[in-house]
Design a binder for this molecule. Sequence first.
Ligand code: DGL
Length: 272
Amino acid sequence: MKIDRDAPIGVFDSGVGGLTVAREIMRNLPSEKIVYFGDTARVPYGSKSKDTVIRYSRQIIHFLEEQQVKAIVIACNTASAFALDAVKDELNIPVLGVIEAGAKVAAKETRNKRVGVIGTLGTVGSGIHEAYLKQLDPEITVIGKACPLFVPLVENGHFDTKVAELVTAEYLEEVKKQNVDTLIMGCTHYPLLKKTIGAFMGESVTLIDAGAEVAKELKRHFDKNELHSQVHDKKQYQYFVSDDVCSFSELGGIFLNKKIDGQVEKIDIEKY
Ligand code: DGL
């Protein structure tokens, strides 16, 4: 099948968090159109079972296929961990997840071969980072830590507050003791905590932003396969959600680091 290079990129997440990934795609590929879907009615994915996350992801992918996207980025780390392998062969367009992109850079960056991974319960429990990292370099030791309170913290505006510092210390003390020199921020929300996490871990620890890495990987994929869009559309960004439009628009600006510049529409994802 010939892919229409002028079609939009589909990006999806369990909610608003994936806008940190969309933001990186916008930065790396400024001429591309994006259709973003945030599953705000069914968030969080981080505490749900693998089967449920796969079912949700399939529905969203069907919706994005209907939008005739040319590629799909699974911005959600939990969905990437649970669903990418299940869905990637069902599609005839490229589909990229955030886990592999982050793991590749971590394997390159680590000098002492001790890599920390933080994410939701689902992502860390899946052990997928460890599997990728060991494939890339069997000598790498992975120290995983689920940090479930980080998502609600960020969504309530705690990025570099005392509360954020306290929770960060509580979660990361053990990881720090394990002498990791590289830490994968394996969740859409964590780039907003980068300053606090970085201050706690210390300058010698390299923080990997999985979303930023997948955006670079997507660009390389477009370079190689001549998939860059040739047209510039004024209606560049479209956002779809499964719950209230207003709260997505308000909170979304924080994750996107600018006002949401495009139409936001609610759809019934259960139909797909
Ligand atoms: N987007 C999710 C992730 O990156 C975090 C929020 C959730 O649990 O749904 O894993």
